[in-house]
Design a protein around this ligand. Sequence first.
Ligand code: UDX
Ligand code: ADP
Length: 479
Amino acid sequence: MVKICCIGAGYVGGPTMAVIALKCPDIEVAVVDISVSRITAWNSDQLPIYEPGLEDVVKSCRGKNLFFSTDVEKHVSEADIIFVSVNTPTKTRGLGAGKAADLTYWESAARMIADVSKSDKIVVEKSTVPVKTAEAIEKILTHNSKGVNYQILSNPEFLAEGTAIEDLFAPDRVLIGGRETPDGQRAIKALKDVYAHWVPEERILCTNLWSAELSKLAANAFLAQRISSVNAMSALCESTGADVAQVSHAVGKDTRIGHKFLNSSVGFGGSCFQKDILNLVYICECNGLLEVANYWKQVIKVNDYQKNRFVNRIVSSMFNTVSGKKIAILGFAFKKDTGDTRETPAIDVCKGLLGDKANLSIYDPQVTEEQIQRDLSMNKFDWDHPVHLQPMSPSSVKQVSVVWDVYEAAKGAHGLCILTEWDEFKNLDYKQIYDNMPKPAFVFDGRNVVDPHKLREIGFIVYSIGKPLDSWLKDMPAV
Ligand code: UDX
Ligand code: ADP
């Protein structure tokens, strides 16, 4: 029986391995992690991540051919194929700070693999890594090989959170990069055979190592660039009276462009987009390609601009001050159907409002108070370290309260800010909410989930990203 071990039981490792176990009953899959609390959660009824459909998949194979364990060395030594899906934070100090990936966790995983391995291994890069990481890992392993033969593959994961299980069941493509040697090709074939249990052959793309590594960064950069493009248009729509939803619709009808991923928003978030673009920028700079680096940097600049613009709209609408005013934050996750808050635009918007001394009442159906307090008191890029290395008891921000009821959050608030597109925000009783707010009552919709006309009929002053402006907002600067 082929044995797979995945190092790192996070958002990528957990769901991906669960689906491999489900689709390949003849393969034994062990997911290992140094975090005891994460592994305990994977073995309980309360999984550590919220992902639609995940629980059913885990429950149907856990204890049969899917195991979660902290015994990292045992499972690594027994495995034929080792996936590595550990943290790759952005460096905050030293060479490449603020851009380059910190490969500390990757390197320690590679050294551990070399220490405990007694049989040949295929080592698969699963977490997104900078181009040429495979080469570095290969060097660590071969210099410590003790006669063991290692083949390195790059198999980047393209799943999106909230739809991870669907994406894994029917991926647009599976990408496998490896060495162009007979051993390299054999390793590619072994991994291809795993995916071939359920993925049609024509969707499994095999490339060289560097193409696979770069394709992942490129795909995320292209996707993020689309959002910054439409968000840049949203600012122009507000100035000209155009409606960004109508513009996106018209643009997306061109089959060369396509309609997906053209929703204007308060900004993109998530663990990948910013980090991967920063990586790309760093690689370009290291290769002397400054124009190319600047091109991609602009995608992040526009994203930051969009978040700032949103905060400025709120403050300027409320007579240029939110000091001491209660503002309800509806949604904190970086998108709907996930409890993940990594790089969520809500962090920057909340910090901006707190900087202007607002009191925030935050509601999100999937994010805990502890997580929100941690996010609002953490430094940039610190989120991407294993839990046990993060601050144990983060200081809580006093101007912030976190509630489990949306109407409670809104009660007495001067304004509502919608920061995540949770479906439940579409059909709230906005009349009841309005009646319990001081006047003028504002709605700032950062995800275009509410109908501004209906809300204006109730009496709200409404700002919706990229939509024709309320007369109240017209002469107020927000750039
Ligand atoms: C992304 C990639 O889609 C995935 O292929 C890769 O493996 C990891 O990074 P993810 O970050 O989970 O996945 O979510 P995604 O759906 O891509 O959304 C990223 C951000 O963009 C979210 O904050 C989302 O709200 C925002 N977004 C997305 C928009 O603002 N507008 C859109 O039209 C689409
Ligand atoms: P992703 O979104 O890429 O899955 P996560 O941060 O959710 O990233 O998961 C990475 C996991 O890797 C964390 O649970 C962390 O504890 C684990 N990890 C980091 N270094 C090691 C290591 N050397 N051995 C085992 N697990 C590790």
